[in-house]
Design a protein around this ligand. Structure first.
Ligand code: AMP
Ligand code: MG
Length: 397
């Protein structure tokens, strides 16, 4: 059976090689998208010499501590007068060529129409001048291709004059749950039924990594119905299909068999991890188009943990998004682990104290406990039964 790291490498390879198209979006819609082009300065930045502070603009001469002030220039209100005397100048205002230095407000006092330098003030030539092109020259790359755009990049893009940006299209995930036990969210479970939670949790997880999802609902463990639904999903516009449930070795676990019948190539089935060992990964190629298929186990904790540790990191990498934060922390309880799988144990980390507590019930169905967690404690294959006081690695979720 594949190890966790082997599975990660295979998935990453497929996802990084998966072709995605580009689209133009307006600057308002570009946040959290990834650039498919470099953004180039169309002017020098800044495009004129200007003052970094409020003060007076002077022509520096050694020993001079007194300047006659006869005019003012504020930001955006430059006029090309012939300045005989020094001028009052505001932050961001264009500095006339005859001046080379700006003395800040707190370093002088006004006596009548003259600025007199304070005794303890230290000035030097060129101080407080922001020079033309000192941030970037025209045609310089301001934001490189493959940048995941944050608010500060958006401001940077505007300074390049980019009102529209070419970005990679979002991946579209199609999500389907399977199982006879499932009922819709707005019904109250009776007997052996339970509310279908996986689609919603996974679709939220997809949104959080700034991709798109289509909810295909749920389908019973009925071979023909399931086959029709999977056929429909394979024909859809989705790039990646995620199913949950029916992928283990149970009598009614049809998902894998049907995918194979519909022409999906198996890349792997089963990874030596807990939770979520039965995960299936495949690829469907048709008319030059391909889709990646993840069939995740039905247990809601397993499906979300599998998504977080196996699918999400590669998508983040493809879109140059930051990886989930990892912390080392002191484990505050014992954990039972008697096998050599890699375990992902949900818990609550206090990052200020560097301490983590894991839930006593790690049942893969325990959504109540899982929803209180903020991290997964990752326990390597070789580590057995970590103890209270051990240092463990935690992935923020
Ligand atoms: P399966 O992987 O189909 O064998 O399902 C494993 C467990 O997960 C069973 O206890 C199911 O009842 C539960 N389960 C399956 N699908 C879902 C779902 N969409 N939402 C919540 N629980 C589910
Ligand atoms: Mg099932």
């Amino acid at each position: 059976m594949l190890s966790f790291l082997e599975a990660c490498t295979i998935i990453e390879n497929e996802i990084l090689n998966f072709e995605i198209n580009c689209e133009k979006v307006s600057i308002e819609d570009a946040i959290n998208r990834t650039t498919a082009e470099s953004l180039i300065a169309d002017v020098d930045l800044p495009s004129f010499n200007n003052s970094a502070v409020d003060g007076i603009a002077v022509k520096y001469e050694n020993g001079i501590t007194n300047w006659k002030i006869s005019d003012e220039i504020s930001a955006g209100n430059f006029n090309d007068s012939e300045y005989k005397d020094s001028v009052e100048i505001m932050t961001g205002a264009k500095l006339p060529e005859i001046f080379d230095t700006v003395i800040p407000l707190e370093d002088y006092r006004m006596i009548n129409d003259s600025a007199v330098l304070n005794e303890n003030a230290k000035i030097c030539k060129g101080m407080n001048v922001r020079y033309k092109a000192s941030d970037a020259k025209v045609n310089e790359v301001i934001i490189s291709k493959n940048t995941f755009l944050t608010a500060r990049n958006i401001s940077g893009a505007v300074s390049c004059g980019s009102s529209e940006i070419n970005v990679y299209k979002k991946l579209i995930f199609g999500i389907l749950a399977t199982g006879d036990e499932l009922i819709p969210i707005n019904e109250t479970p009776k007997d052996d039924k339970l509310r279908v939670s996986n689609n919603y949790g996974l679709s939220a997880a997809v949104t959080l990594i700034h991709q798109q999802s289509i909810n295909f609902g749920f389908i019973n463990d009925d071979y023909n119905k399931l086959k029709n639904k999977l056929k429909e999903m394979l024909k859809s516009e989705c790039d990646i299909l995620i199913t949950t449930g029916g992928v283990s070795v149970g009598k009614y676990d049809y998902v894998k068999e049907i995918f194979s019948e519909l022409g999906v190539d198996e890349i792997f089935w089963k990874v030596y991890i807990k939770p979520g060992k039965p995960i299936f990964f495949g690829k469907y190629e048709n008319n030059g188009m391909s889709k990646l298929i993840f069939a995740l186990p039905g247990n809601p904790v397993s499906s979300l943990v599998n998504f977080d540790v196996l699918v999400k990191p590669s998508i983040l990498k493809k879109y140059s998004q930051p990886q989930p934060l990892k912390f080392k922390a002191i484990l505050k309880n014992d954990i039972k682990k008697n096998d050599t799988k890699r375990h992902f144990v949900s818990g609550i980390i206090d990052v200020n104290k560097n301490e983590v507590i894991t839930h006593s019930s790690q049942s893969s169905g325990n959504l109540a406990g899982f929803s209180k967690s903020n991290c997964l404690v990752e326990i390597n294959e070789k580590t057995l039964n970590p103890k209270n006081g051990d240092i463990v690695e935690c992935i923020m979720i």
